[in-house]
Design a protein around this ligand. Structure first.
Ligand SMILES: Nc1ncnc2c1ncn2[C@@H]1O[C@H](COP(=O)(O)OP(=O)(O)O)[C@@H](O)[C@H]1O
Ligand SMILES: [Mg+2]
Length: 239
């Protein structure tokens, strides 16, 4: 992966030049790549991500599917302006940070989706942003497996072991929950949604990440199953 930036009008794009440039090194990407309308017009929208429904699945043309996720706020602020953030510099935008962090984790062989490109559009004091990643084929959220009682002990231990690898690398995942852990067809576990996450020195954040996950497990399983799932995950984490 070779990250490069491209400026077009008010937009700035950070993209993987290895996968997005043609033979003449011209990037095959632009601000329209981040607009659902453009994909709609091409007939390139293949679905909508579960959850908030803000993310779209796209047919990238090379056989891959992409996930286009606009940055949105949740909660009360959302009503005023749900996709605008205060500008404090390009490298401090949510999209550029998540793109660079995801590329860094991928380079360390950690199971994160391959990042494709991040886009930031500045309007004076505020900006809007979006991120594209490669879709993990056949992935289902751990949340959905728990709800259907399909998460066996072996899987739960592997979830714990994967979280441990991310923690050993120093990743503080501020939204570690059962929707951000995906399991593909082969049973491989992936961690997604690195918005606002960062690499840090050892500290109490590891315990807080695990506690957050524990609360999330309780949302998708009955109380006894949640306790059991937590135990297996902690075992995989500690082994
Ligand atoms: N690379 C990916 N491959 C497959 N599914 C994905 C991928 N990225 C996101 N998704 C799906 O989209 C949903 C929302 O994406 P996420 O990055 O968690 O954003 P948010 O939680 O902010 O809406 C995820 O729960 C997952 O179902
Ligand atoms: Mg998420």
């Amino acid at each position: 992966m070779r990250l490069a930036t491209l400026r077009k009008g008010k937009s700035c794009i950070l993209y993987d030049a290895d996968s997005l440039c043609d033979a003449d090194q011209a990037p095959q990407i632009g601000p329209s790549t981040f607009t659902p309308d453009w994909w709609q017009a091409q007939g390139g929208i293949t679905g909508q991500a579960p959850g908030r429904g803000a993310s779209l699945f796209l047919s990238a043309g090379n056989g891959d599917e992409w996930v286009l996720r606009p940055y949105r706020r949740g909660g009360m602020v959302a009503r005023l302006s749900d996709n605008r953030y205060l500008w404090t510099g390009l490298e401090r935008t949510r999209a550029f940070r998540e793109m660079r962090l995801t590329a860094e984790l991928l380079a360390r062989d950690l199971p994160v989706p391959t990042p494709v490109a991040a886009s930031v559009t500045r309007h004076g004091l505020i900006y809007e942003a979006a991120l594209i990643t490669v879709r993990i084929p056949g992935a289902r959220a751990l949340a959905s497996l728990l709800e259907n009682d399909e998460a066996d002990d072996d899987l739960l231990q592997r979830v714990g072991a994967i979280i441990r690898r991310f923690h050993d690398a120093g990743l503080d995942h501020v939204d570690l929950n059962a929707r951000n852990l995906l399991v593909d067809n082969s049973g491989k576990v992936w961690l997604i949604d690195l918005d606002r996450c960062r690499l840090r020195r050892d500290g109490g954040w590891k315990r807080r990440n695990l506690e957050r996950l524990e609360r999330s497990l309780a949302r998708f399983s009955n109380p006894a199953a949640a306790v059991h799932a937590t135990e297996r995950i902690v075992k995989g984490y500690s082994d």
